[in-house]
Design a protein around this ligand. Structure first.
Ligand code: PNS
Length: 160
């Protein structure tokens, strides 16, 4: 049983994230989407809201579980019995941070492997940060995020 962890802040989940999940499902038997509390990043959505949006966006029957985590990724992965982490790589600008993180995680846990997947071309410009900005300024984000995230963004910014 090949299990991989797909970690991130997912604040909120985008169509790019969903594409990476779909690709990971073709390579592994089971995926755990690990939602970091990421408090230092002051997320717009609580970790429970982010988990709920992801669960609502997954295709029925997908071999994917969604779990929140706090602390080190290597500790979470170990507690789940996995040493494989999947991350999306959109552009060269992602590379430096991803490379540092992969090497740090491997130093913390020598068995750790990072697998990088490129999302669909039409998703490569989408990021949670830009989507939040567009939504905050009243733009339509339905092309970039799943329905559950578009609705949550609308509600969040209506109430601000
Ligand atoms: O979606 P993001 O914000 O780019 O995801 C980054 C994340 C959550 C995967 C990364 O910050 C992380 O692994 N956080 C857990 C803390 C940790 O293990 N840090 C040391 C490894 S760099």
């Amino acid at each position: 049983m090949k299990l991989a962890i797909y970690p991130g802040s997912f604040d909120p989940i985008t169509l790019g994230h969903l594409d990476v999940i779909e690709r990971a499902c073709a390579l592994f038997d089971r995926i755990i989407v690990a939602v970091a509390t990421s408090e230092a990043k002051h997320p717009l959505f609580s970790v429970d809201e982010r988990c709920a949006m992801i669960r609502a966006s997954l295709p029925a029957g997908a071999p994917v579980e969604v779990k929140p985590f706090d602390g080190l990724l290597v500790d979470f992965a170990r507690s789940e019995g996995s040493v494989v982490v999947v991350r999306g790589l959109r552009a060269i600008s992602d590379f430096e941070f991803e490379f540092q993180m992969a090497l740090m995680n491997r130093r913390l846990e020598p068995k750790f492997e990072s697998v990088f997947l490129t999302p669909r071309e039409d998703c490569t410009f989408i990021s949670s940060r830009i989507v939040k900005e567009v939504a905050r300024l009243g733009g339509d984000v339905r092309e970039f995020v799943p329905v559950a995230a578009a609705e949550s963004l609308k509600k969040k910014f209506q109430s601000h």
